[in-house]
Write a protein that binds this ligand. Structure first.
Ligand code: KG4
Ligand code: ZN
Length: 341
């Protein structure tokens, strides 16, 4: 089955074609990062306009890269939420038009369910079964979400923990902005931290004493703001090493918190498989520390191109809903929540 997926929930316009829920034939992503960078974050109005400009060229490139025509597509799928409403609307209307013109079904997909599906995607050149299977624990860490989810099947999810305030990526972005590092903050802090000492500042690990798996990052963010405020009076004397030390200390506090809560969730659920997904899963220290900490269990962290937003994850998951006769999962476990026609 050939599925064409569309993803426009935030600031990436992406279309992809995935065969049989597994093999990526094409996955084209147009990032808007450069356009939003001068504003220090995603500007929703600008994001919608850029999706309008980009969606048809990206669709064309996706078909071309897979050497297919629209008439060969069996099923369409689209991210229906959560996300920026103006951005989502562009992708949903594109997918509806494609489905209507081609007279093929359309499956709306929950963005987080898409991220959680990435361990099952493979490339055309390398599609040996990696052995990853259900059930598993998923740590979802992106710009908009931080949660720990027990994935029982492609259709059944149980939330074990969630952020009580900021998402992990949001904390990276806000702290980077405070330090004058630019947008998006995650990759900047990742790079700068390589040269820093993670023990330099003992930032708090929010929620580390509670016995639930919920996450919280706003206290940590405030601690960095307070530290920066009291930093050397003579700002000119702040060296690159000072910056790297603070970045590394903040990053380590986030990673320590995320992995501590993940360990607790693994113990509570008895899971022996873990997937770490979403944009923050690109973080090199997080990847290294996760493999070190959970060396006894099966762990999957997708390649960076599948950690950040992409349509392959949206196309890959769709056949599972189609086969189950379910067409509109707007909340993770709901059967029908959205009428597309
Ligand atoms: O999954 P994603 O592309 O979009 C959302 O669904 O939100 O995640 C984007 C987030 C941004 O906050 C970005 O700063 C963060 O992922 N990110 C990183 C890294 N690369 C991207 N955070 C930490 N380290 C990285 N290397
Ligand atoms: Zn995402």
């Amino acid at each position: 089955m050939l599925v064409l997926g569309v993803e426009t929930s935030c600031d990436e316009t992406s279309c992809a074609i995935v065969k049989d829920g597994r093999i990526i034939l094409s996955n084209i992503i147009a990032s808007q990062v450069k356009s939003h960078a001068p504003y220090g974050g995603v500007v929703p109005e600008l994001a919608s306009r850029l999706h309008i400009e980009n969606c048809i060229p990206i669709l064309d490139r996706t078909l071309e890269a897979a050497d297919l025509t629209l008439s060969e597509i069996d099923l369409f799928s689209v991210t229906a939420g959560p996300g920026l409403v103006g951005s989502l609307l562009v992708g949903v209307e594109l997918a509806k038009a494609l489905s209507y013109v081609c007279q093929k079904p359309l499956i709306p997909i929950h963005h987080i369910a898409g991220h959680l599906y990435t361990p099952f995607l493979a490339s055309e050149l390398n599609h040996e079964d990696n052995g990853f299977d259900y059930p598993y624990l998923g740590l979802v860490v992106s710009g908009g979400h931080s949660s720990i989810i027990l994935v029982k099947s492609p259709l059944v999810y149980e939330e074990i923990g969630r952020t009580l305030d900021d998402a992990a990526g949001e904390a990276f972005d806000k702290v980077a902005k405070l330090m004058g590092l630019g947008y998006p903050g995650g990759p900047m802090i990742d790079r700068l931290s390589e040269k820093g000492d993670p023990q330099f500042v003992d930032f708090p690990r929010p929620g580390s004493k509670s016995d639930n798996c919920d996450l919280s990052f706003s206290g940590l963010k405030t601690a960095v703001v307070r530290y920066a405020h009291n930093w050397k009076k003579d700002k000119e004397s702040i060296t690159e090493t000072d910056m790297a030390n603070v970045a590394a200390s903040f990053q380590f506090a986030v990673i320590d918190t995320l992995l501590g809560k993940t360990r607790m969730a693994l113990e509570k659920t008895g899971m022996e498989r873990l997937a770490i997904v979403g944009g923050v899963a690109c973080n090199r220290t997080l990847r290294r520390e996760a493999f070190k900490m959970f060396s006894g269990i099966r762990i999957h962290i997708p390649p960076p191109v599948l950690c950040t937003d992409n349509a392959a994850m949206i196309a890959g998951l769709a056949p599972h809903y189609f086969d189950a006769g379910k067409t509109a999962p707007l909340t993770l476990n709901a059967d029908v929540n959205l009428r597309l026609y």
